[in-house]
Design a protein around this ligand. Structure first.
Ligand code: ZN
Length: 391
């Protein structure tokens, strides 16, 4: 008989940190009497990811031993691959106020009700320089991840988390599947091999091509757009979601592809984030993961292939999920089809290649890029969104 789950969660068990429904009222009541700690947008994303098991096997915010181990070895202290510390920030004042409390209630910046309770195990001082180098490969304060690190508190609070309520969301409700739910969907569809595609951009023809190349060798595609915090100049998540919907409606077979959202916040940690993204997708039940050029990159902080090369530093079986590496792709007028430098022998004159800057310029002017670059339905949504945001 076939194993019902083709890929085990990272570390073997899918974590569920939600307080059982019948105990929530009491947990909420108790949490109201605990010292409170306000969490920022990124920590709120991490809390949601922890709660639903997207960060399995983590059961809370990490302590110093794991923190150091990740920065020094890209593994948790128990030897499991892990590349980005998941920490809860604490200022000096927080530390004084919370003092020796055993439990702390986490409250979102825009709410009064506690969402979760941390059983405090330790507090420790953040190593800003070590963390900047270990995660982002740079201490340049212009890097968005380093900038966020400087804005964070000097200390971290570690401990196991019990989540009373998931952070409330008003959007994409039908797309917010937990890892248990995506796994259930894959089972229902009888998908044994599933490729995950991470994106924080609209999908143009080039990315559609990569996804469809991968779909040829697996049973299904999970398009898994990141909808947590991104840089201000990234295309807003609601606009991107409309683009994915229209693409799926017109160009993807319904029984072979599905969209669900990934609640993570972007770190822009390039290679380290590529590994972290792959591990999270394994928890969602993906067996394969697409890694393009400059995955999770920003500016020119990372080499073009760094996010692919880093996978060689792990044994395939310790990661479990199989990365699929892709080149940039394009439409070639001579080949009369999509291709990449691996499959098309022609030069730039035959290839329909537009820079991001050029595309934004065209869209702002109300012009659709050529259909070989962007599906007209997608281009129209982006043009409308730019016009609306300008007015
Ligand atoms: Zn060609």
């Amino acid at each position: 008989m076939l194993d019902p789950d083709p890929i085990a969660p990272h570390g073997g068990t899918l974590v569920d940190l939600l307080v059982p429904e019948g105990e929530r009222d009491r947990a909420r009541e108790e949490a109201r009497n605990l010292p409170k700690l306000t969490v920022n947008e990124r920590e709120l994303s991490d809390l949601e990811m922890l709660a639903v098991g997207a960060l399995s096997p983590l059961t809370g915010f990490l302590g110093e031993k794991d923190y150091r181990s990740i920065l020094d070895t890209m593994h948790l202290s128990d030897g499991l691959p892990w590349t980005i510390p998941v920490t809860l920030s604490l200022t000096e004042e927080d530390l004084k106020r919370i003092g020796g409390a055993d439990q702390v209630a986490l409250v979102p910046a825009d709410g009064a009700e506690p969402l979760a309770v941390v059983a405090v195990e330790e507090t420790f001082r953040r190593d800003r320089e070590g963390e900047a180098n270990g995660v982002f490969g740079t201490t340049d304060a212009e890097h968005p991840g380093v900038k966020a690190l400087h804005a964070a508190g000097d200390y971290c609070l570690a401990g196991t988390v019990r989540v009373i309520d998931l952070p409330p969301h008003g959007d994409f409700l039908q797309y917010r599947l937990t890892p248990a739910q995506t796994r259930e969907e894959f089972r229902k569809r009888d998908w044994r091999r599933v490729v995950g595609f991470q994106t924080r951009n609209p999908v143009h023809r080039a990315h559609e091509y990569l996804q469809k190349c991968a779909m040829e060798i697996v049973d299904g595609l999970l398009l898994h757009p990141l909808v947590g915090q991104t840089k201000g100049d990234d295309v807003p998540a609601d606009v991107r979601m409309r683009c994915y919907e229209v693409l799926f409606e017109n160009y993807y077979p319904k029984d072979r592809a599905m969209v669900s959202v990934f609640p993570a916040a972007m770190r822009y940690a390039g290679p380290k984030e590529a590994i972290w993204h792959a591990i999270a997708r394994k928890n969602y039940g993906c067996t394969h993961f697409i890694v393009g050029r400059d995955h999770a990159g920003v500016g020119s902080y990372y080499g073009t292939y760094d996010a692919q090369k880093i996978f060689e530093e792990f044994e395939p079986e310790e990661l479990g999920i199989t990365p699929l590496f892709f080149e940039h792709s394009f439409y070639c007028t001579e080949c009369e089809g999509m291709g990449s430098p691996k499959t098309c022998p022609h030069g730039d004159e035959e290839r329909v290649i537009l820079s991001g800057t050029k595309v934004r310029e065209m869209l702002r002017a109300g012009q659709k890029p050529p259909p070989e670059f962007s599906r007209p339905e997608v281009a129209q949504i982006l043009i409308d969104a730019m016009r609306d945001s300008a007015s």
